[in-house]
Design a protein around this ligand. Structure first.
Ligand SMILES: Nc1nc2c(ncn2[C@@H]2O[C@H](COP(=O)(O)OP(=O)(O)OP(=O)(O)O)[C@@H](O)[C@H]2O)c(=O)[nH]1
Ligand SMILES: [Mg+2]
Length: 359
């Protein structure tokens, strides 16, 4: 799936750069362009991809300090500049635009939904979102921001792929220390998903096509990505069980939203050396994903790749109904009502606990 990435805010810019670098290093050619947009000048200066500073008139290059309403306003005011930077880069070969952002901050949280809306208005290719959710231990402001941002993003983007900051960092690390590791994990896993069906020689019937990735991202839905890998044998017959066990691990312990396992639609991709890929194992694992997710629309296929390992990627769509998502939205609502509560302010007792859209 050939994509153009637009990162918004600090997390958005760093994840976008990590994805572009992974794609380049692997020689996949799925990432056709990458731009980082931020209201904080210093954060853009540490990136090597193209950048666009917004909101200079309002915040003078210092970021919005977690105020996502200001983040949305700034993006609205300066969206013309962002569009100008993208001009000519979203060519006919692009199959999607990904707006990438941490949803808990200010610039990315507020700016990503605005940008998704504007890009959708201008371009005919689908505009997807890749959103990073704050971990459980991040503060109330992050939870509240992310809840409102997510609600609006889901409305504006074709489909929203979420990574929870608690999901892919090594055990023991705090979220803060682990950002680089998380970003590398996102780059590798999302990068492999985007590259499925790209840069593959000798396309066979069982090879995943990028249209299968695109068709698994369903309109208006939230998706999650599972990943696991294991050492592979040279002989495909010996890898049947490995395909099954890595697929199970990807689904049960490796998803970007911990414990999200219900899905409307799913895609299983098994990557490894062409001669080591066990067709039978992939089909068995695909049926396992059907059983475990309760979805009858589970696509499956392989991704021939020079590696001594076998990797399983599981894309799940429709995870908004998972327990994890409900738990997050509850946390966001509580944080939101707490945050706006001022002692003695009239009307507090009537505070609606529903999250308002950002715009
Ligand atoms: N995975 C990951 N998450 C990050 C990273 N940097 C920040 N975050 C998370 O993203 C959220 C904060 O968003 P940022 O991107 O820092 O904020 P911003 O969009 O730059 O907004 P302002 O700084 O308020 O202008 C929090 O939930 C952080 O935990 C990163 O490099 N990787
Ligand atoms: Mg920032």
């Amino acid at each position: 799936m050939k994509v153009v990435l637009v990162g918004v805010g600090q997390a958005g810019g760093k994840v976008t750069q990590a994805l572009a670098e992974f794609d380049e290093r692997m020689g996949f050619g799925a990432v056709r362009g990458a731009l980082a947009v931020n209201s904080a000048k210093a954060d853009l200066q540490s990136l090597s991809i193209d950048t666009c500073l917004v909101g200079q008139a309002r915040v003078n290059g210092h970021g919005v300090g977690g105020d996502n309403e200001l983040g949305a306003e700034i993006m609205q005011e300066d969206v013309g500049e962002v569009m100008g930077k993208l001009d000519g880069r979203i060519t006919a070969e692009a199959e999607g635009i990904f707006v990438v952002a941490g949803l808990g901050g200010g610039t990315g949280s507020g700016g990503a939904p605005v940008l998704a809306r504007e890009l959708s208005r201008i371009y005919s290719v689908p505009v997807y979102a890749l959103g990073v959710l704050p971990g459980r231990d991040e503060g109330a402001l992050y939870q509240a921001n992310a809840g409102r941002s997510l609600k609006t993003l889901v409305r504006e983007a074709e489909s929203t792929l979420l990574v929870d900051n608690d999901a892919w960092h090594g055990s023991g690390d705090s979220v803060g220390d682990a950002f680089d590791a998380i970003n590398d994990a996102i780059a590798q896993r999302v990068g492999l998903l985007l590259a499925s069906g790209e840069a593959v020689d000798g396309v066979g019937e069982s090879v995943v096509d990028s249209s299968e990735v695109i068709n698994t991202f369903r309109e208006g839905e939230i998706s999650a990505l599972g990943y696991a890998s294991a050492a592979a044998s040279e002989d495909s017959a010996d890898n049947i069980n490995t395909a099954m066990s890595t697929a199970r691990q990807a689904l049960f312990t490796g998803t970007s939203l911990p414990d999200a396992r219900t899905a409307d639609a799913a895609l299983l991709v098994v990557a490894g050396k062409p001669e080591a890929l066990p067709r039978k194992g992939v089909e068995r694992a695909r049926r396992m994903v059907e059983d475990e997710t309760g979805s009858l629309q589970v696509r499956g296929g392989d991704f021939p790749l020079e590696s001594d390992r076998l990797a399983a990627l599981v894309l799940l769509s429709g995870v908004e109904r998972s327990e994890r998502m409900e738990e997050f939205m509850q946390r966001a609502k509580e944080a939101n009502s707490g945050e706006t509560e001022r002692p003695g302010a009239p009307g507090d007792q009537f505070q609606n606990d529903e999250l308002e859209d950002l715009f």
